[in-house]
Write a protein that binds this ligand. Structure first.
Ligand SMILES: NC(=O)c1ccc[n+]([C@@H]2O[C@H](COP(=O)([O-])OP(=O)(O)OC[C@H]3O[C@@H](n4cnc5c(N)ncnc54)[C@H](OP(=O)(O)O)[C@@H]3O)[C@@H](O)[C@H]2O)c1
Length: 287
C-alpha cells in the first residue's frame, strides 16, 4: 500500500518535521514504503514540508519510493499569476513542475511522476516526448497518469515508448465505478497498477448520518470476524482482493490509524463476504 501526504498541511500538529518523520517511520514499520505527493498539495506547500523532514533524515530517502504529480494549476497566494484554475500539460510546464518538486522534496529523482488529471488540451506526442526525456535524465524512474479513462490511457500510450505504470483513481467501497466502467479491466489487461485515492472515501465512509450505516455495520462485523481493529482495515482489504491489484493510498495523518489500516494485507477476503460488501455498498444484489 501507499501513504498519501495530501492532508499533512491542514494541521500544525501533522505538518511539523517530527510528526512527518513519525508517520513515515510508522509506515516503514508497517511495510508501506511508497509516499504519494503532488506539486499542488497544501497550496504548493506539502512537498517542501516533506523535504524539510528528509533533510533531517537522509537515511529515509533510499528506503522509500516518492510519487509526485503535475499538471493542475491552482489559483492562490503561491501562484498569483494564475487567474483561473486550469490544467497545463505543456512539455515546459511538466519539466518545470518536476524540477520544482525535486527541489522541494530535496531529492535528485522521484520514483514515479503522474499526470494529475486528463487535460482536453493535452498533446500526446508532446507529453510523451518530455516524459521519455525526464526518465532518460534520471529525474523520474517511471511515469503514469491519474484519473484517466481507458481511452485517455490508450491515446498517451500510443505515443509513448515507455510503459505507463500506474493510473491513480478514486476507488473505495463507496466509489465502485472503476469496477464496471472499464478502468480496472484496462489496468489488468495492460499491467498498469491502479492506485486507489480516498480508499476510505476521505473519511466519509465512517459518517453514519450522511453515509451508509449498514455498510459501516457490516465492515465492523467483518473486522471482528477477521480479527482486525476496525471497518477501515476491512474496506482496504476489500480493494486488495481485486485482481487488478489496486494499491490503496492511506490518507490518515494519525500513525496509530496508519498502523491499523496497514493490517489489511493480512486479511484473506472470503468470496461471499466480498460480494456481501458489494451488495450492501451498492444497495442491491448482483444480477
Ligand atoms: N490523484 C488524485 O486526484 C487524488 C485525489 C485525492 C487524494 N489523492 C491521494 O490519495 C491520498 C488519500 O486520500 P484521502 O486522504 O482522501 O484518503 P482516505 O484514507 O480515504 O481518507 C483519509 C481521511 O479519513 C480520515 N479517517 C481515517 N480513518 C478514519 C476513521 N476510522 N474515522 C474517521 N475518519 C477517519 C482521516 O482522518 P485522520 O487523519 O484523523 O486519521 C483522513 O481525514 C491523498 O493523501 C493523496 O495522496 C489523490
Amino acid at each position: 500500500m501507499v501513504w498519501g501526504a495530501f492532508r499533512i498541511a491542514g494541521n500544525p500538529e501533522t505538518s511539523g518535521i517530527a510528526s512527518i518523520a513519525r508517520t513515515v517511520d510508522t509506515c516503514l514499520d508497517a511495510g508501506i514504503t511508497t509516499i504519494d505527493h503532488a506539486d499542488i498539495y497544501g497550496g504548493y506547500r506539502v512537498e517542501a514540508m516533506f523535504g524539510a523532514m528528509l533533510a533531517t533524515r537522509p537515511d529515509l530517502r533510499n528506503r522509500i519510493e516518492l510519487v509526485t504529480k503535475c499538471g493542475i494549476a491552482l489559483t492562490g497566494p503561491a501562484r498569483p499569476e494564475h487567474r483561473v484554475k486550469h490544467y497545463n500539460s505543456t512539455a515546459g510546464h511538466i519539466r518545470l513542475s518536476l524540477e520544482n518538486s525535486l527541489r522541494n522534496l530535496k531529492t535528485d529523482h522521484v520514483d514515479l511522476l503522474l499526470l494529475h488529471r486528463p487535460d482536453p488540451l493535452l498533446d500526446a506526442a508532446e507529453v510523451a516526448g518530455v516524459l521519455e526525456a525526464l526518465v532518460k535524465e534520471g529525474k523520474t524512474r517511471a511515469v503514469g497518469v491519474s484519473n484517466y479513462t481507458p481511452s485517455q490511457v490508450a491515446l498517451l500510450q500510443a505515443k509513448l515508448n515507455i510503459p505507463l505504470v500506474a493510473n491513480q483513481i478514486e476507488l473505495s467501497v463507496s466509489h465502485t465505478a472503476p469496477l464496471t466502467d472499464g478502468t480496472l479491466d484496462d489496468c489488468q489487461r495492460l499491467g498498469i497498477s491502479p492506485m486507489a485515492w480516498s480508499p476510505l472515501g476521505g473519511g466519509r465512509l465512517f459518517d453514519r448520518e450522511k453515509g451508509n450505516p449498514r455498510l459501516v455495520d457490516l465492515l465492523t462485523a467483518l473486522a471482528a470476524q477477521y480479527g482486525v481493529s476496525g471497518p477501515g482495515t476491512v474496506a482496504l482489504a476489500w480493494l486488495l482482493r481485486l485482481p487488478s491489484k489496486p494499491l490503496p493510498i492511506i490518507g490518515s495523518t494519525d500513525p496509530e490509524r496508519v498502523k491499523a489500516l496497514a493490517r489489511a494485507v493480512e486479511i484473506e477476503f472470503d468470496l461471499q463476504d466480498w460480494f456481501q460488501v458489494l451488495e450492501v455498498a451498492s444497495g442491491r444484489p448482483v444480477a
